[in-house]
Design a protein. Structure first.
Lengths: 308, 975
């Protein structure tokens, strides 16, 4: 995976990845439900041209939806129900805290997150849904409301490019802002290393879920962080205002891995408890594969009526 | 402090082959620490995000981490230490048996006769302890030592010939072959050398080679006979300790069979029979005179032998000798065989040729011995056969010489009897001074008043060199002269000081009374042990060397009829009692009244009764009370003490031989240790009651013998020689006396290897001599042990020329009269020494010496008279024949620090390589090294990162799952 020019905001639109997921999009159209309105059926009834069924009028129904033709023939009030078009509003939340800078492979965590975010945004916009971006650190740094215009992509790319990871993470604060600003029933995709206080994290996620947001988390970890492959005396300099440690990492590896496992389990369980789609991603993973897998899984999980 | 560093330095230089490598090792030890420190300095920096887990890990792992890291560090240090020790070639803390200096080996080989102890080796060949010793030297010691890293020299020393050593200066691969060639010339000799002396010689020899930079190892190849260790134990211990001090390492290799085993403390030994003694009763005999020979054979083995036949050969000719058979030879016992031989010079020998007067008499065991030593199955002795043996008789009353009132008449009759072989030579006191006494077989002094100083000197010299002097006392004896010249306060030839007066003259009535009291013996044997005294032996001891009560009684019964009227009563106290050379043979009965002993006897009786009352002695009670009851009637009865003494004899039952059951019972009673005190007390009482004054005494003086009869030889003071039937006992006694007196000088038992030398006064002898040697072992006499087969005697070769004798200074105190005073002066005189050094071969050495005598016709002129002496030399069969071996404990005790090995014990040999067995030669150090290495590896693997999915999975399954999940889901493309 060749690294794109570091100064070009478009580098986040990774061609290979995009080509891979574009294929997927096509498939998604065929598969009924997806992100894009008009391409899939939405499980929600809304304003649309696709008629689904009649039902009896009950007081309180919007009289605009009465089928006057049927009334004229039968003198009974029926409500016409149409399949709502899913005009997906997708908020992509990218962690820009200092810890995201770490990375030993082709991309650091931040770049990986940005690439992933950009690719998904591209996918969403391409399917005429709206994609927005929220980058956060200590607080929400940038927020681009969801739009479906092509320029939105450029805006997103520029924003990601301009955001420099710094500061501590304050997950709760950031997610709270997202929850408040984003309209409900949208999709929130979080790209973060989740190196933050778990309580705050889960609180934030819960807040999103409470507002009926469909939340997916890409938990991005570097390989080093997962395997701790260090040898020799090393001075670990703490990011995000954490203290430094001077140690022989070999000796600490077991303890590190233990603590990591505890953390991962906690995060996974917390997410599954909240109904958050949790994906542990490492920076050496092929992003296209990760996204494809993510999309596939979502398609499989949405057991909506399938129309071929 | 400096001292400490010095000793540390010394220790390091000796404990390590490469001490400098130790320094490197010390540096190496610090390497892990240094690496650790360097690592600390050269650390990496990582800007780390997941610090949270790291902090947690550190919190959790801190203690474990420190311990594990320290352990790893220690393991690495240990590893380095082991490498350092291996490189420095550490010898361990026990530095004994390791040597970096050049080494000098001295191999001391015992070539004594017992080393010929033969047996069948593994190859079926007959071999002996010496061959085994050679084998150990050539097959084990030499090849191993030649492999040593340091220069090795080896010297071979023979115990019998310590002066001629052979030095193999630098051992190499060919040394063993060279040694083999050298060793073929050696076989067991006839010479016994005691181990202590041999070790001392070896010590001196080994110290001659090299200096402080030479290590010395002494290998003693010996057969470890218990004789050597029992007799010379303390001396051996002394030498061994000296050698330990001188840092000489001593190995003893016991080469006799069966091989000594560590688990068996007392090794087995082979059977052996040895002729331990063979000697005539006298060395100078007259022709036709029967000479008694004593053959003593000892069975050193553990089984009885029957009908052992011995051939007695005269000059190798059995026809001139005889055969003697020993019916039974029980294990461990000495059997004595006595027999007579007569030499007929007219027929067989030439008494005119002085050298040919000496007859070699050999006793040879005819029976084949199953094992053991062959060399001790023959033994030689020599007798000089003369036509007549002159006896000098000095009569104190020459005028009464041939009358019954004189002293010599009865003795003369005895000497002139047919076949006595003695030539009666009457002489005077003056003859002692002028004549050369050595020509006489012995000298009799009958009732001689006294001797002059010169006469005394001559007499003493004569007796010293083996002559016999017999005294019969009498009325003419002057006690002051005897005490001054002859007794000389114990230093002279006369055994006791004489009292001033003889016993009082008896009245005729008293004499009559004595004559008729025939129930008591008038002459008593002073001590039962005296039956075996050479002066009485013939009377009491039979041909088998056993006491024969019947034979003794047949003579002793005549003592009842002998009346000793007067004698010189010697007091039975004084320092002569402690003189071991003096034996009181016969004494007179105690003639004191019984009443003198009444109270003592009764008290003793009471004590016996008390003792008999003890419950333990119930079975003896009756016998004892019966006997004790007799004491009172006997002791209260007037009369002499004989009955009372006889009663106590009976009670003690130690000098009687009734042979009845009661006697046996009494002996059993007194044998009990509880009764020892009373027995001693009773014996003293009995002796004082029984024995009166001494009558007949014997003394050994130098090599010579002296006898004293305290009464007359004639009938002046007694009726012993003259009155029948008592006179029947006189002649046998005189015969024994002559045998005793003429038998002086023969008791010398020279062993092979001893230097045979005769010292003669330069005033009386010319400084020249001729030598000859006769033997019966035909092999050329180079000291090697013949295999026991005797062939014809080698023709007597007499030295052609006179050889000049060595001179030795001799200091003597002489008393010189200066005016009235007597002054002691020291005078130095020359002695000529006729010496034969090479006496390795058993046989007889003959000397021809030249005496210088005053010419009777011209006293100023001296004439040369040839004198002949013979000295038999035999192997030391008593010591060498006994093949019993010393127990390992005894050896260990008497030779502290010495290692004992057997020829089949090869473990110790490797030490001779002198390669210090450093740690590199020990398997365990490598094992330890590998173990430590493995532990270090395991530890470092454990403590270091390895991309091991399992390890990751164990610690963090979630991370492992993330890592494992396929990055490209295949099914994406499959559809």
């Amino acid at each position: 995976m060749a690294r794109t020019d570091a100064d070009d905001p478009k580098r986040f639109f990774h061609p290979t990845t995009i080509s891979k997921i574009t294929q997927l999009d096509l498939r998604a159209k065929q598969v009924v439900e997806g992100f894009l309105s008009g391409m899939h059926k939405s499980p929600f009834f809304g304003q649309s041209i696709e008629f689904v069924q009649h039902r009896d009028y009950v007081p309180g129904d919007d009289i605009r939806h009465l089928d006057w033709k049927v009334w004229s023939k039968t003198n009974k009030f029926y409500i016409k129900q149409y399949e709502a078009e899913t005009n997906l509003r997708c908020a992509i939340v990218v962690d820009t805290s200092e810890s995201m800078v770490y990375g030993n492979g082709a991309m650091n965590k931040y770049e990986y997150a940005c690439t992933g975010a950009a690719c998904l945004a591209y996918l969403v916009v391409r399917q005429q849904d709206s994609a927005g971006l929220v980058s956060f650190g200590w607080d929400v740094k940038q927020a681009i409301p969801p739009k479906s215009s092509q320029r939105q992509l450029t805006a997103i790319a520029n924003t990601l490019h301009l955001s420099k990871p710094a500061q501590k993470t304050d997950m709760l604060k950031s997610l709270k802002t997202v929850a408040e600003t984003m309209p409900s029933r949208g999709v929130v995709i979080v790209f973060s290393d989740l190196l933050t206080d778990r309580e705050e994290l889960f609180k934030g996620l819960e807040m999103l879920r409470h507002r009926k947001q469909d939340v997916a988390v890409f938990h991005i970890m570097d390989d080093d962080e997962l395997t701790f492959p260090f040898g020799g005396m090393t001075k670990f300099e703490g990011m995000e205002e954490l203290p430094n440690i001077f140690c022989d990492p070999k000796a600490l590896r077991d303890g590190y891995l233990e603590a990591l496992e505890e953390y991962l389990v906690e995060v996974r369980r917390g997410c599954s408890r909240l109904g958050v789609d949790y994906n542990l991603v490492r920076t050496s993973d092929y992003l296209d594969a990760i996204l494809s897998k993510f999309l596939f899984r979502r398609m499989a999980e949405r057991k909506a009526p399938v129309r071929h | 402090m400096d001292k400490f560093f010095d000793s540390l330095g010394n220790w390091i230089s000796t404990a390590f082959l490469f001490p400098w490598a130790l320094l490197a090792g010390a540096l190496l030890v610090s390497a892990p620490i240094i690496i650790h420190l360097i690592n600390r300095m050269r650390f990496k920096r990582v800007h780390w995000a997941a610090m949270e887990f790291l902090l947690k890990a550190q919190k959790r792992m801190k203690r474990k981490m420190i311990i594990e890291q320290l352990l790893l560090l220690l393991l690495r240090i240990l590893l380095m230490l082991l490498i350092g020790l291996l490189l420095a070639r550490f010898f361990g803390f026990d530095l004994s048996g390791q040597e970096a200096r050049s080494t000098h080996h001295l191999v001391l080989i015992d070539d004594s006769p017992s080393m010929a102890d033969s047996y069948k080796g593994e190859d079926g060949q007959q071999t002996d302890a010496l061959e085994q010793a050679k084998k150990v030297l050539t097959d084990q010691i030499a090849p191993t030592a030649s492999q040593a890293t340091t220069p090795q020299s080896l010297e071979v020393m023979w115990m019998s010939d310590p002066a001629n050593t052979r030095n193999f200066a630098r051992l190499n691969g060919g040394s063993a072959d060279e040694m083999k060639v050298y060793l073929t010339n050696y076989a067991p000799t006839t010479v016994r050398t005691d181990l202590a002396t041999a070790l001392r010689n070896a010590k001196e020899q080994i110290l001659k080679t090299g200096g402080s930079d030479t290590a010395r190892v002494l290998h003693v190849m010996t057969d470890c006979r218990s004789n050597d260790w029992a007799e010379h134990g303390p001396a051996i211990k002394g030498v061994v300790e000296e050698m330990n001090k001188a840092a000489i390492k001593v190995h003893i290799i016991d080469t006799s069979t069966p091989f000594r085993k560590a688990e068996k403390r007392v090794p087995l030994f082979n059977d052996n029979i040895a002729i331990i003694d063979f000697a005539p009763s006298k060395t100078v005999v007259a022709q036709y005179e029967p000479v008694e020979f004593t053959l003593r054979v000892q069975n050193f083995g553990t089984s009885e032998l029957k009908d052992v036949l011995f051939s007695i050969r005269v000059n190798g000719d059995e026809n001139l000798g005889k055969s003697e058979n020993i019916a039974s030879l029980p294990p461990g016992q000495i059997i004595t065989k006595k027999f007579d031989l007569t030499f007929n010079s007219d027929k067989d020998f030439n008494t005119e040729n002085p050298f040919k007067r000496f007859q070699l008499v050999s006793a040879v065991m005819k029976a084949e011995e199953p094992g053991g030593l062959a060399v001790d199955n023959s033994r030689h002795t020599v007798v000089e056969v003369r036509k007549k043996l002159p006896v000098l008789v000095i009569d104190g009353q020459p005028s009464l010489r041939d009358t019954r009132a004189g002293d010599s008449i009865y003795l003369k009759g005895h000497f002139q009897a047919n076949g006595s072989g003695y030539q009666w030579t009457p002489g005077t006191v003056g003859d002692l001074e002028k004549g050369e006494l050595s020509q006489y077989s012995f000298i009799l002094l009958l009732n001689v008043p006294g001797v002059t100083t010169a006469g005394r000197e001559a007499l003493e010299k004569y007796a010293q060199s083996g002559g016999g002097v017999g005294f019969f006392l009498g009325p003419n004896v002057k006690p002051p002269d005897y005490n001054k010249e002859l007794y000389r306060d114990g230093a002279g030839i006369f055994p006791v000081p004489l009292p001033t007066e003889p016993s009082p003259e008896l009245t005729p009535e008293k004499i009559e009374e004595k004559k008729f009291s025939i129930f008591q013996k008038k002459i008593l044997l002073r001590d039962p042990a005296m039956r075996f005294h050479p002066a009485l032996e013939g009377i009491y001891i039979n041909k088998s060397g056993q006491f024969d009560p019947k034979e003794a009684e047949s003579l002793e019964k005549f003592y009842r009829f002998v009346t000793i009227k007067r004698y010189w009563p010697v007091k039975r106290f004084g320092k002569w009692r402690d003189d071991k050379s003096i034996s009181e043979l016969y004494c007179l009965p105690n003639e004191d009244p019984r009443s003198n002993f009444e109270s003592q006897s009764l008290a003793a009786g009471k004590k016996i009764e008390e003792l008999a009352g003890d419950a333990d002695f119930a079975k003896f009670k009756k016998v004892l009370t019966d006997l004790v009851a007799k004491i009172r009637p006997v002791i209260s009865f007037a009369g002499d003490l004989s009955d009372a003494a006889a009663l106590f004899d009976r009670i003690l039952s130690d000098q009687t031989a009734e042979g009845d059951a009661e006697e046996a019972l009494l002996r059993e009673f007194w044998a009990n240790p509880k009764n020892a005190d009373l027995k001693a007390e009773l014996s003293r009482l009995r002796d004082t009651m029984k024995f009166g004054d001494p009558l007949y005494m014997a003394k050994t003086f130098g090599r010579g013998r002296v006898s004293v009869m305290f009464t007359t030889a004639g009938e002046a003071w007694n009726d012993w020689p003259s009155e029948k039937p008592g006179s029947a006992s006189f002649s046998p006694l005189v015969q024994e006396m002559t045998k005793y007196l003429s038998g002086g000088g023969s008791d010398e038992n020279r062993s092979c290897g001893d230097v045979v030398q005769l010292k003669v006064d330069s005033n009386n002898y010319a400084g020249k001599a001729r030598y000859a040697f006769i033997t019966h072992d035909g092999k050329p006499g180079d000291g090697r042990q013949a295999p026991g087969v005797l062939v014809d005697p080698a023709p007597l070769k007499v030295g052609d020329k006179d050889e000049v004798l060595e001179t030795e200074k001799f200091e003597e105190n002489i008393i010189v009269k200066e005016g009235d005073k007597e002054v002691v002066k020291m005078e130095t005189r020359d002695l000529f020494v006729a010496k034969i050094r090479d006496t390795k071969k058993p046989g007889v050495h003959l000397f021809e010496l030249t005496q210088l005598r005053a010419n009777p016709s011209n006293p100023t002129e001296k004439i040369e008279v040839k004198e002949y002496r013979a000295v038999p030399v035999n192997i030391d069969a008593i010591h060498e024949g006994d093949l019993q071996r010393a127990s390992s404990d005894d050896i260990a005790q008497q030779s502290p620090g010495v290692e004992i090995h057997a020829p089949d014990d090869t473990d110790w040999i490797d030490k001779l390589k002198n390669k210090k067995t450093d740690l590199t030669e020990l398997g365990w150090i490598f094992l330890a090294f590998i173990l430590v290495l493995m532990m270090e590896q395991a530890m470092s693997v454990r403590l270091s990162y390895h991309a091991d999915a399992d390890a990751l999975g164990n610690q963090s399954p979630s991370a492992a799952a993330a890592m494992r999940k396929p990055t490209v889901p295949q099914d994406v493309y499959e559809e």
